[in-house]
Design a protein around this ligand. Sequence first.
Ligand SMILES: Nc1ncnc2c1ncn2[C@@H]1O[C@H](COP(=O)(O)OP(=O)(O)OP(=O)(O)O)[C@@H](O)[C@H]1O
Ligand SMILES: [Mg+2]
Length: 278
Amino acid sequence: MATPQPQQPQTVNEPLTAPETKPAPPKTGSQCKLTARDINFFYGQFQALYGISLDIPANKVTAFIGPSGCGKSTFLRTMNRMNETLRNTRVEGDLKLDGQDLLGMDVTDVRRRVGMVFQKSNPFPKTIFDNVAYGLRVNGIKKSSVVAEAVERSLSHAALWTEVKDKLHKPASALSGGQQQRLCIARALAVEPEVLLLDEPCSALDPIATLKIEELLFQIKDITTIVIVTHNMQQAARLADFTGFFLLGKLIEIDDTKKIFQNPGKKETEDYVTGRFG
Ligand SMILES: Nc1ncnc2c1ncn2[C@@H]1O[C@H](COP(=O)(O)OP(=O)(O)OP(=O)(O)O)[C@@H](O)[C@H]1O
Ligand SMILES: [Mg+2]
């Protein structure tokens, strides 16, 4: 009987164009929180995403990397249907949250279950306290002691509590840019989302606040599934269990973070992570 041969590594001598083959979902052994199959996305006539298929494992951190304009934010926004707020856009394909059709769900339910933090902080024109309490109140939690406790917990998680605890009833607009970003993270955390999408959340933060946020993300992955877009390779390497590389609207490869950075399967990924382009 023939002895089975070990699988050959995939060739890396491919042209610098996004391949047509679908990247295999990461083999995680853990349950999938979100699954995407053949997602195409259009801004009017312009197609921004091509056949994205991937699995987002539960209670892990998944990072998306890739050059500017390759569709990372578009894909992230598709996952909580934020793109629907833009006119003349269209999504095709199959997206599931815990096996349920995310694109067909009540959008308010999707946004409650899948929270999002944007690159540019967007506090509401309200006080610090009311920003964080907002989602709880919208979800019918009115008891002041419960709200106050959740506000403190969320602000502490977002590494902001000590800086704001004496001015909770001051306008959020009086905070610095980095503080406003941490406030938005606290606001997203307050409703305890099942999935937290973060689009370059640390780009306006100093290294200390960045590390605090990374620590926080590391801690909360027991209770939340995290998807983060980052241009900071070290951040992806430190934080993410899995990393996906996007190029020209396609997902080139998604795998264990270590593999993506040390031994990627595709030449495009290797060129990007070693700084040869991007
Ligand atoms: N609201 C919009 N209307 C039309 N085209 C858009 C819109 N937003 C993004 N695009 C286009 O879709 C493509 C993907 O953009 P996207 O913002 O998803 O890229 P990205 O990978 O997040 O880039 P960056 O790293 O610069 O944030 C780009 O070509 C962009 O110009
Ligand atoms: Mg973006």
